[in-house]
Write a protein that binds this ligand. Structure first.
Ligand SMILES: Nc1ncnc2c1ncn2[C@@H]1O[C@H](COP(=O)(O)OP(=O)(O)OP(=O)(O)O)[C@@H](O)[C@H]1O
Ligand SMILES: [Mg+2]
Length: 358
């Protein structure tokens, strides 16, 4: 979205509040279509509370972790694309009549001033014109208006600069996820109404696309850290132990039935909140709207009971998103645990590494 400098290959760097993920892809042109080969993949957990409520508090820890990721994995490419999310980012879909470029720029400013709940001067504004559905003629331009708080952009840009990397683009999580979905599941992307739910530690990104056209983007304050915090309190254990339980690893002296009970309750609460967004979308218009496929990504998507909980609640096929489904790589060159066991953690990073910006 907020492109800063043109460059070829970039490292997609997903600075999450729980862990930093990095992916580097090499673009390959193959018979006119886009193809990508995996060059690097990296994952590093951050110290607790380095990022709180969407703000980088401990920039030293974040900078060191970025440096470590590049050094340990011998990532030579210094061009980096990052993304931001949460309530400092506002995305609005608006319709404008067809107009000349200059006039459009003025209208965008007017729309931004009237549609965004922050002072215009405190935000960076960008937009993308949405392609009309195949075979349709439209009288208006559908536009995605994106505004991000300048202080949020500065907060995230600073750590990249301090880690001595070249920041080439700042994206929004949901757009990165949309790009990752399009490349990896082109048939579903083009033909179905898809909901993608990326559940991290503190933020859950939701995007709903109708045959590739964005219908709804939303970031909710939900995620794994609410699970671990509840487990810590109710079982009087440490956060690290709660983290182990979430991953299905053993912890001494805890009542397994009690763990299951807390997990089930937390899953129910999570699905309830997501249900509100799905209902808002499906009830939002006169025409028939129905989500046909759900993809789950992010760290919490690895929770064993989650896909079933979604299928039971929504009666919609639910699949764990694999951001490497259409990416070429030689198995022997990569850490198979990261790619085989928890690929969904890299959804945003892969989307950033594709760096397909309009
Ligand atoms: N194998 C696993 N099983 C269950 N939960 C897991 C697993 N691995 C990671 N998690 C949980 O997923 C969350 C981290 O996911 P992710 O890396 O997508 O978040 P993030 O991008 O760092 O955070 P955010 O975007 O919310 O700031 C943590 O709460 C972690 O406990
Ligand atoms: Mg995340």
């Amino acid at each position: 979205m907020f492109g800063l400098k043109k460059s070829k290959g970039v490292v997609g760097l997903d600075i999450g509040s729980h862990a930093i993920k990095a992916v580097e892809l090499i673009p390959k042109r193959k018979a006119g279509t886009e193809a990508y080969e995996l060059a690097k993949i990296a994952y590093e957990v951050l110290p607790h509370d380095s990022i709180v409520e969407g703000t980088i508090i401990d920039s030293t820890a974040v900078v060191e972790t970025i440096r470590l990721i590049f050094e340990e994995n011998k990532i030579k490419n210094r061009n980096v694309a990052i993304s931001i999310s949460g309530n400092s980012v506002i995305i609005k879909k608006i319709s404008l009549p067809h107009m000349e470029r200059e006039e459009l720029a003025e209208s965008i400013i007017w729309e931004a001033k009237h549609n965004i709940p922050y002072p215009y001067e405190e935000t960076n504004v960008d937009y993308a014109i949405l392609k009309p559905p195949k075979g349709t003629e439209t009288k208006s331009l559908d536009i995605l208006l994106v505004a991000a708080k300048k202080d949020k952009i500065a907060n995230y840009s600073n750590v990249v600069h301090q880690a001595k990397k070249n920041l080439v683009a700042i994206e929004v999580d949901v757009f990165a996820l949309q790009n990752a979905l399009e490349i990896n599941y082109p048939e579903t992307f083009e033909n179905k109404t898809v909901a993608m739910v990326n559940i991290g530690a503190n933020i859950t990104n939701i995007l709903i696309l109708e045959r590739g056209l964005p219908q709804l983007f939303r970031d909710l304050s939900l995620g794994g850290s609410f699970f671990t915090e509840n487990m810590r309190k109710e079982l009087t254990i440490s956060l690290d132990e709660a983290e182990r339980l979430l991953k299905g690893l053993p912890v001494k002296n805890v009542d397994e039935a009690h763990v299951e009970e807390i997990l089930s309750q937390n899953i129910r609460d999570l699905v309830d909140e997501i249900d509100k967004t799905f209902t808002f979308y499906e009830a939002g218009d006169k025409k028939e709207r129905k989500i046909e496929q759900i993809f789950l990504s992010g760290g919490l998507a690895n929770l064993k009971a989650l896909p079933v909980a979604f299928e039971e609640r929504f009666a919609v096929p639910t699949e764990i998103f694999n951001p490497f489904r259409n990416i070429h790589y030689k198995e022997k060159d990569f850490d198979s645990v990261l790619i085989k066991e928890t690929p969904s953690i890299f959804g945003v990073a892969v989307g950033l590494a594709l760096r397909r910006m309009d």
